[in-house]
Design a protein around this ligand. Sequence first.
Ligand code: PEP
Length: 255
Amino acid sequence: MKRQARRALVAGNWKMNGLKGSRREVSALARRLGAAAFNPKCDVMVCPPATLVTLLRESAKGSRVKIGAQDCHWNPTGAHTGDVSAEMLKDAGAVSVIVGHSERRSDHGETDGMVNAKAQAAYRAGLGAIICVGETEAERKAGRTLRVIGGQLKGSLPENADARNTVIAYEPVWAIGTGLTPTTDDVAEVHKYIRKRVAALLSDETASKMRILYGGSVKPANADELMAIDNVDGALVGGASLKAADFLGIIAAYL
Ligand code: PEP
């Protein structure tokens, strides 16, 4: 496949999966990904629920698999029942955290401003931030995709974001968990636009180095095609990251 200018990242978002009943399967998957011989030519990250960060960190020891998390509060400590801070995730063994996933934006009413504050919290704690943006089906049908994503980037991307502390994930909301994917031309158009917006908001140099992942129904069967698109620097994978064979099949796009 065509090589991109930036080292790719394939990150798995386990969402709220990994319950007691499937714990054996979860740790088997972690062990398989974490095997010392596992040495892909891209960065690999798994973002489990917060309760599994430490277990996965242990299982992945000695391998190149990094452990991330799925969300954080913007404050370091305090009276925020049910929340987890970036500092706590760092302490548990995470190196990065997803912020602004569309399920957080829709389930919890998270705004661009909150996503921005969460990304800054990640930097404060020494974590990287994977900042998600993406349009809904109605927005795409109305021809508003680029405008929506431009607005999300402006609001969600902190001024001190750079290519070391931040990865952007383009995830069309209508493609998440549906089996649908945009055409390769549509993905190319959005990724090119994101890089242009990052250049305008931060700098040309930062934009040229920042990784922009595609997410939304990535699977082994479409990974080669999607990962070969210009300005696509890897994938954020939901459902297919829960089965070792599927996740490894996606990573294989970079072997
Ligand atoms: C996601 O939720 O980040 C995602 C991309 O999900 P899926 O791969 O299942 O579409």
